[in-house]
Design a protein around this ligand. Structure first.
Ligand code: HEC
Ligand code: HEC
Length: 268
């Protein structure tokens, strides 16, 4: 078991909302806020590249967001509006390219699919390399924390998204020298009920009385706040370093494989 640190923030009660400061923390530009709301709301159940490979009108995105809310995604009307605006502006009809809102990079066109500007074209792998990479992901137990091809755990980010979110260099760094602190969108919450049950999961939503989580196995769970004894945000990254657990060849292959999923929105 990996060592996990928790940052104790608070114990139930009206200050509950504070715990979520991380989720909506000061982002000046509305664009950045839209992106943050989108990532927080839309990443718990499936990789976001399954969303951002679509090109839809505003009405189309409204439909998608409504549909996802009926499936368990949680957002206030205001957050829904932010998400729809963000998606329409960046992934609207006629938008060929992925616009990297965070860095303001210009869109780059690359064949039918698109990739963030500045990122080199995704590498291609032959069938035996793909098979080897998939085998490594299974045998190294990556799926005890990650999802891939619709399998595995909801605890960490979906590996199918890594190539779209990160460069090869960043993917390699995640594997050999993982950061100690989790990125905000990867944080979990830990709940302890009065009768001693402990649950860890990704926060989907909370209101005055309830909290909703998706746990590592993908179950949606709802708790009454009055039943909770403890509520903490997990900020420590549980991912171990694979620097000494993979041969240099296997490491390079895994990086290449994850990078190759960039922009396709598909599993290979
Ligand atoms: C509570 C879980 C959950 C959350 C949160 C969620 N979705 Fe989904 N989403 C699903 C399920 C279930 C499916 C359909 C089953 C599948 O293919 O995995 C799906 C499928 C999709 C698809 C179709 C993907 C494809 O391959 O064509 C899109 C687009 C989508 N979601 C967008 C969103 C957006 C936008 C958000 C944020 C507002 C969101 N989802 C949040 C559960 C969720
Ligand atoms: C004990 C749980 C755990 C295991 C096992 C694990 N990871 Fe992770 N991994 C995480 C978490 C949590 C994060 C998010 C870190 C962050 O927020 O910076 C992460 C992040 C990553 C990232 C960066 C994602 C991105 O979008 O940039 C990659 C790539 C990755 N892991 C690959 C792997 C691979 C490949 C394996 C198996 C060889 C593996 N992980 C095993 C928990 C784990």
């Amino acid at each position: 078991m990996c060592h996990v640190r928790y940052r104790r923030l608070l114990i139930a009660g009206p200050i509950f909302g504070l715990a979520f400061a991380f989720a909506s923390h000061a982002q000046s530009a509305p664009e950045e806020q839209g992106r943050a709301t989108f990532q927080r709301t839309c990443s718990p159940c499936h990789k976001t590249s399954r969303i951002t490979t679509h090109r839809l009108s505003r009405a189309g995105w409204e439909n998608v967001v409504d549909n996802m809310i009926s499936r368990g995604a949680k957002a206030t009307p205001d957050e829904q509006e932010q998400i729809v605006s963000y998606l329409t502006a960046n992934f609207g009809v006629g938008r060929r390219a992925f616009k990297n809102a965070a860095s303001g990079e210009q869109p780059a066109k690359l064949g039918k699919r698109s990739v963030p500007a500045m990122m080199p074209p995704a590498p291609t792998l032959d069938d035996s390399q793909i098979a080897r990479a998939k085998q490594l992901i299974k045998s190294k137990d990556c799926l005890s924390c990650h999802r891939m091809d619709g399998q595995g755990s909801f605890a960490g980010p979906d590996l199918g998204d890594a190539g779209a979110n990160s460069s090869a260099r960043q993917i390699r760094a995640s594997l050999v020298s993982p950061k100690e602190e989790l990125a905000p969108q990867n944080r979990s919450v830990k709940l302890v009920t009065h009768d001693g049950n402990t649950v860890i999961g990704k926060l989907l939503n909370q209101d005055g009385f309830t909290v909703q989580l998706i746990d590592a196995t993908g179950h949606l769970l709802t708790f009454q706040k009055e039943d909770l004894r403890e509520f903490t945000i997990v900020t420590a990254n549980s991912m171990p370093s694979y620097a000494n657990k993979l041969t240099p060849q296997d490491l390079s292959l895994l990086v290449k494989y994850l990078e190759a999923l960039r922009g396709t929105g598909q599993q290979q």
